[in-house]
Design a protein around this ligand. Structure first.
Ligand SMILES: CSCCC(=O)C(=O)COP(=O)(O)O
Ligand SMILES: [Mg+2]
Length: 249
């Protein structure tokens, strides 16, 4: 089917590598989280929210692996948990408690204006066009729902949050698991075949397709190169312009 013939009721977008450059996430957001983790943790150490994050971080299998590299038994304090968070960020592990913590840390950067969410220049126009055509736009990212809202609310193209009708993160399941997409369609009260999922990661596209969704891969500058196997399995676009004429079925 030609891209111009695609129809959908919901456009489900990934963030990193799809609406937003990988370099913004890795070269701006991650360094900000690493630099501010200890301060955030020490300022909020006694709160229930931080206690829950700290407990969940220590329950990760990666914690045992990380702790085995330490010479002495650590005291569980803000400095130690910040160090473990930096270890996870360096490995780009998309684990739920880390993503929750990152979202809280970034909130301060967006509020002060130090952070502005990167979106490619075709994103705001496409969101507006789809919205005007009556399509719903939802987000599914490994970044926490709070972090998703921040990136679009404080984007370089202005506040795009009013154009988004739903947000999903790893609480719904991991992005390479088919069940996650089934749950998203159920939550959106839409048949999976009426959802178009846009992502840069072929394994995510496969999982969504197995759930019955339509999928298109994004080949944005700086994304991992797609193989011939991927390009024969999925339609590929370099930006959202080719998808702007999307209509409702
Ligand atoms: C929600 S903004 C921060 C992006 C992030 O932390 C991340 O892991 C992005 O992963 P994605 O699933 O959007 O590729
Ligand atoms: Mg992505």
């Amino acid at each position: 089917m030609a891209l111009t013939d695609l129809s959908a009721k919901v456009v489900l977008v990934d963030i990193e590598g799809t609406t937003t450059s990988i370099s913004f996430v890795h070269d701006v957001l991650f360094p900000y989280a690493k630099a501010n983790a200890e301060q955030y943790l020490s300022e909020t150490w006694e709160t229930d929210d931080t206690k829950k994050i700290v407990e969940e971080l220590q329950q990760l299998p990666h914690y045992t692996e990380y702790a085995s590299t330490l010479e002495t038994r650590p005291e569980i304090n803000a400095a130690h948990i910040a160090d473990f968070s930096r270890y996870l960020i360096e490995k780009d592990l998309k684990v739920t408690p880390l993503k929750t913590l990152q979202g809280h840390i970034w909130a301060k950067g967006y509020a002060s204006g130090e952070l502005k969410g990167h979106v490619y220049e075709d994103v705001a126009v496409a969101f507006q066009t789809w919205s005007d055509a009556g399509l719903r736009i939802a987000v599914y990212s490994s970044g926490s729902v709070a972090a998703q809202k921040l990136i679009f609310q404080h984007s370089i193209a202005g506040d795009l949050l009013p154009l988004l009708s739903a947000h999903f993160d790893t609480h719904v399941g991991h992005k390479q698991q088919t069940e996650s997409y089934t749950r998203i369609a159920e939550s959106l009260e839409v048949e999976p075949q009426h959802v178009l999922f846009l992502t840069d990661v072929p394994a995510e596209a496969s999982a969504a397709r197995d759930a019955g969704m339509q999928t298109v891969l994004l080949a944005r500058p700086g994304n991992a190169p797609l193989t011939a196997e991927h390009t024969s399995a999925f339609p590929v676009v370099t930006n959202f312009v080719a998808l702007q004429s999307l209509k409702q079925p």
